[in-house]
Design a protein around this ligand. Structure first.
Ligand code: HEM
Ligand code: HEM
Ligand SMILES: Nc1nc2c(c(=O)[nH]1)N[C@H]1C(S)=C(S)[C@@H](COP(=O)(O)O)O[C@H]1N2
Ligand SMILES: [Mo]
Length: 333
């Protein structure tokens, strides 16, 4: 009953809790980016709670870190870099969510937030692998279970309190959408922000030479009002007009499982064939032809899907026999 029953050390518990919260925050962040519907809201509640949980553990982790730093370990700088990246990421998340500083010139708080989190991954992996925490079955006690639950509850309640205070405040973050995005330029095409997933430059396409036939498609007037919600942190509602994809591909969908929508830049996304009647190949926004930046001659409008599905400068819309999930979850270019 002396050494044998000594449970997981206090330090190991703090470190393991941090590991779970870091992994949880990373996964729920990407989960939130995958949706423009309810799952994004729940992913972000879990996400923000995990972020708050990390902050709550900070006093204990800084004691562990100070003690560790006194030992002459190799590559201590990498642990410090991890700390800086995680704190920068959390600061970026809070700047975005509160609205205190959403954009700084061409850079956004959300880019800083996600960029720092991605940069932290190799440091976190190295940090954990080089310092194994041993867990024995006897460590997984009822007490640990209750403590974990209490910790998670405290983090969620702290997050909820912060969010209620924010919603009641006059900070810009009070009015953001459930995806965390700020609504900008709705029904005012000139004021709608321009964005790209990574580095796509705006191509200058000639309507007369366009593969899909501009004159013919401009005669269609299928309309939809839909919100583009960019993972970069803005959203904008517009009235779009063009041709519904099920009408564009009438008679060509038999045997197809997916519809591939390809841009002049090579950027492409694949959709389930059942969604054809909800997709619009838009040539106009707010009654006027699209600007080059927003996708002239035509861009896809994919209601209830995040902005990265709304392919711009479309040059091909192809029925294909492969399932829609046969693609990376996020574009790679
Ligand atoms: C927010 C993330 C984290 C930060 C910023 C961080 C930072 C640090 C720092 C600065 C040290 C002292 C220097 C060193 O040993 O290199 C340290 C030590 C340590 N960390 Fe972390 N850490 C984090 C997460 C984790 C996780 C997830 C684990 C394991 C699951 C972990 C396990 C350890 C261990 C075992 C030590 C050694 C303690 C000692 O030698 O007394 N850390 N950490
Ligand atoms: C180290 C990993 C991460 C940590 C610790 C973290 C933490 C946070 C924190 C503390 C916030 C502010 C929450 C609030 O007060 O509402 C936040 C917001 C946010 N994070 Fe992360 N995050 C991480 C990684 C990511 C990643 C990888 C993504 C996306 C791929 C992401 C997407 C978001 C989004 C969209 C918000 C805005 C939520 C809102 O405004 O309601 N995060 N994050
Ligand atoms: N060809 C192409 N289409 C694209 C992108 C891109 O990088 N290349 N970015 C997508 C992303 S991430 C968003 S949010 C929207 C932005 O559309 P907007 O510039 O009209 O606001 O376009 C989408 N379509
Ligand atoms: Mo985007």
């Amino acid at each position: 009953m002396i050494l044998g029953s000594v449970s997981l050390s206090h330090r190991a518990r703090v470190n393991l809790a941090l590991l779970a919260l870091l992994a949880g925050a990373f996964l729920t962040g990407w989960l939130a980016f995958s949706y423009a519907t309810a799952p994004a809201r729940w992913a972000l509640v879990a996400h923000a709670s995990a972020g708050v949980g990390i902050l709550l553990l900070l006093p204990w982790k800084s004691m562990i870190a100070r003690r560790g730093l006194r030992r002459p370990r190799p590559a201590r700088w990498a642990s410090i870099a991890l700390g800086v990246l995680v704190l920068v990421s959390i600061a970026g998340g809070l700047l975005h969510s509160s609205g205190a500083l959403v954009a700084w010139g061409a850079y956004t708080a959300m880019e800083l937030h996600v960029g720092a989190a991605i940069a932290a991954v190799p440091f976190a992996a190295w940090h954990v692998l080089a310092r194994p925490v041993r867990v024995r079955p006897s460590d997984l006690s009822r007490r640990l279970f209750l403590r974990t639950g209490a910790g998670l509850a405290l983090a969620s309640v702290s997050y909820a309190g912060g969010e209620l205070a924010l919603r009641a405040s006059s900070l810009p973050g009070a009015g953001r959408r459930f995806t965390g995005s700020y609504e900008v330029g709705s029904f005012d095409p000139d004021a709608m922000p321009v964005s790209s997933w990574m580095f796509d430059a705006v191509p200058a396409l000639d309507a007369a030479a366009w593969a899909l036939g501009y004159e013919a498609l401009a005669r269609f007037d299928d309309r939809v009002t839909a919100m583009l919600d960019c993972t970069g942190g803005f959203c904008s509602n517009q009235e779009w007009a063009g041709v519904r994809v099920d009408r564009l591909l009438a008679g060509r969908l038999a045997g197809a499982q997916s519809i591939s929508v390809v841009s002049a830049t090579g950027y492409a996304r694949r959709f389930p064939v059942e969604e054809a009647s909800r997709l619009l190949l838009a040539l106009r926004m707010g009654g006027r032809p699209l600007s080059a930046e927003h996708g002239f001659p035509a861009r896809l409008v994919a209601p209830d899907r995040r902005g990265f599905w709304w392919v711009k400068w479309v040059v091909a819309v192809r029925p294909e026999p492969v399932p829609y999930w046969w693609q990376p979850p996020f574009p790679l270019q």
